[in-house]
Design a protein around this ligand. Sequence first.
Ligand SMILES: C[S@@+](CC[C@H](N)C(=O)[O-])C[C@H]1O[C@@H](n2cnc3c(N)ncnc32)[C@H](O)[C@@H]1O
Length: 276
Amino acid sequence: MSAQSTPEPIDAARLLDTQRAFDSVAADYDGPRGNNALIQRMRQTLWDTVTAELGNDARLLDIGCGTGIDAAEFARRGHEVVATDWSPSMVARTDSRAGAPALGGRLSARHLGVQQLDRLEGTFDGVYSNFGPLNCAPDLEDVANQCARLVRPGGVMVFSVMGRICPWEAVHYALRGRFRRAAVRAARGATAVGMNRHTIWTKYYLPREFYRPFTDHFQLASYSALSLFMPPPYMVDRYERNPARYERLGRLDDRFGKWPLLRDMGDHFLIVMRRR
Ligand SMILES: C[S@@+](CC[C@H](N)C(=O)[O-])C[C@H]1O[C@@H](n2cnc3c(N)ncnc32)[C@H](O)[C@@H]1O
């Protein structure tokens, strides 16, 4: 994975780069790339948070649903889920899950980018977005305004977002002499991250930077680190060599991830906001 940042915005051409990148991995995304043990651990935290906030019969919007793992799980639990993604191949994977009898017709999939939320009608009890689709959004202010339109008063949003301070990543690349890669999350503006010989255009955030555009319409309920002590998912080989040792690190995440300062770090952070 390579990376390079520029001050220019995420425009239509860059959105297409990102779309092609995710289209190119959709077929094998449920394997180690998109759903290894470390990813599954973070997924569980988002599932538990959504359930704690909204029970099991809410109307949910998934932004950047990927192959629909979360959307199918929430539909199985009893929620009605509208799952959206900018990659047509990802949406097709989600759509192929929607007919499973256990989901009771509660999952629908739609090809829709986060920059196109104005095309969506209806009201939702909750919105979630897992593993960084919102890092690919060209304009968070627009996302905040559209979410304010779509989420009922008292409704909840739960997002996992790629953060700026990931100690594991900085040390991993610095030890290999890849200093620019080690510092990439510090960049302002759009960053080109290579994946599968394609480019994903992404922006990294501190939790407070991310929350700022949402302040007018949403109250910050909590935020916490995901994979701070535990290595990021792409280091799953380490975990697999000694799962017991790394599970102990995972328990440190569970225990201390909400602490001041620590909650500003990690591979991702999980942020919960409530509609005023
Ligand atoms: C790392 S994947 C996570 C997928 C899924 N949420 C999961 O938990 O497996 C990021 C997803 O964001 C989607 N994405 C990228 N840019 C997007 C955009 N502008 N609007 C909506 N989704 C986008 C990608 O197509 C991809 O499916």
